[in-house]
Design a protein around this ligand. Structure first.
Ligand code: PLP
Length: 386
């Protein structure tokens, strides 16, 4: 291989596969057979490199894991059936009864629910801390087992000082985990900053087409081996070969898609911050931090609508944006905090962290940016309270 080929090109362009296929084959098989008894016995005893059963290991899934691990600068990765599979799998592996987990506020709502509901059931306690307050973090992590981060967050988009936090956590012997879904492996690499485990919901930008639900965790080999033995093999949240094939396809266009997402998002943000119907825009491009470790911007942002704008009318006025959860695909999306607030119930992060009912999340997709801006402008106009 030529020396001057970039890491990205080397990783995204496969060597030719079997039959010189340029796309990776999808090993759609549950089991792998053995030629003779001694091969089976060796595999059972951990000798050699023979797949046994796709719950535990599958070559298409392994290829996806290798690529994301290298893109993140980690030694190894474990793929999961979804982002929550990765989050729960990693925490269940690294923490046990009696442990305390510190989590930044405004994490993904189901991660919040997992900490509050399931961790409690297994005898772990969780404590929530303002991720932008280093003193508060240092105070709360003393004696804790894990520190769970999400930076930028996926609703308030706030950035945490990852390098400083990693140093504090090392000083106090606390394992750090980050949900890096907003950035993808192309816009931020927390392992290089000293964070221990990086998690992605691959359902978002990595898949890129809103047709896969998947997750992945990247870390040191030792930790990933442990996570796989327990989480994927025993709890069973493994990724399917078919979805791994779609994710390998998604990875190839991810850097190109991100360029367009960034370009469109920044054009729209520049207009939103000047618009009288918008009280505030939440995105790292607006709230730039000296400590930022982002290599670029993705296109998930939130806005607070001005008091004279009706949130429901705003959502219903869109012609191009869809109303919906998730993000990272082709289509632009709008998601009002109001629905989460109205949902009520226990362990509701929108309620517990006082999200404003005027707050609306926007995902800027890959449609023509002028069409998208017209759609937003029109929705703001139509949503003015009488
Ligand atoms: C969607 C999402 C998750 C959960 O991922 P799933 O693949 O839906 O299980 C976790 N974190 C963030 C930031 C997300 O957006």
């Amino acid at each position: 291989m030529k020396k001057n080929i970039t890491r990205t090109t080397r990783l995204l362009k496969d060597k030719a596969h079997s039959k010189r296929a340029v796309a990776p084959p999808i090993y759609q098989t549950s089991l792998f057979s053995f030629e003779k008894y001694s091969d089976l016995e060796e595999s059972f005893c951990g000798i050699g490199d023979h797949e046994i059963y796709s719950r535990v290991r599958n070559p298409t899934v392994s290829l996806f894991e290798e690529k994301v691990a290298e893109l993140e600068g980690g030694e190894a990765a474990a793929a999961f059936a979804c982002g929550m599979g990765a989050i729960s799998g990693v925490i269940m592996e690294l923490a046990e009864q009696g442990d305390r987990i510190v989590t930044v506020k405004h994490t993904y709502p189901d991660a919040y629910r997992f900490m509050k509901q399931l961790c409690k059931k297994f005898g772990m306690t969780t404590e929530f801390v303002d991720g932008t307050d280093l003193d508060a973090i240092e105070k709360s992590i003393q004696g804790a087992k894990l520190l769970y981060l999400e930076s930028p967050g996926s609703f308030m988009m706030e950035e945490q000082n990852l390098a400083a936090i990693a140093t504090l956590a090392k000083k106090h012997g606390v394992i750090t985990i980050i949900d890096n879904s907003w950035s993808t492996p192309f816009l931020q690499n927390p392992i290089e900053l000293g964070i221990d485990v990086v998690i992605h919901s691959a359902s978002k930008y990595i898949s890129g087409h809103s047709d896969v639900v998947a997750g992945i965790a990247v870390s040191r080999q030792e930790l990933i081996t442990e996570i796989k033995r327990n989480s994927t093999a025993l709890l069973g949240a493994k990724l399917s070969a078919h979805e791994a094939g779609l994710l390998l396809r998604g990875l190839r266009t991810l850097p190109v898609r991100l360029k367009q997402h960034q370009e469109s998002a920044l054009i729209i943000i520049d207009k939103l911050v000047r618009h009288p119907a918008v009280a505030k825009v939440y995105h790292p491009y607006v709230d730039k931090k000296d400590f930022s470790t982002l290599k670029g911007y993705s296109s998930l942002l939130s806005i607070d609508l001005a008091d004279d704008i009706d949130v429901i009318k705003f959502c219903d006025a869109f012609e191009i944006f869809h109303i919906g959860v998730s993000w990272g695909g082709y289509e632009s999306l709008v998601l009002p905090a109001l629905a989460s607030i109205k949902r009520g119930g226990e362990f509701n992060s929108a309620v517990d962290f006082n999200l404003s009912p005027q707050c609306v999340r926007l995902f800027i997709g890959l449609e023509d940016v002028n069409d998208l801006w017209s759609d937003i402008e029109n929705a703001l106009e139509k949503a003015k309270k009488a």
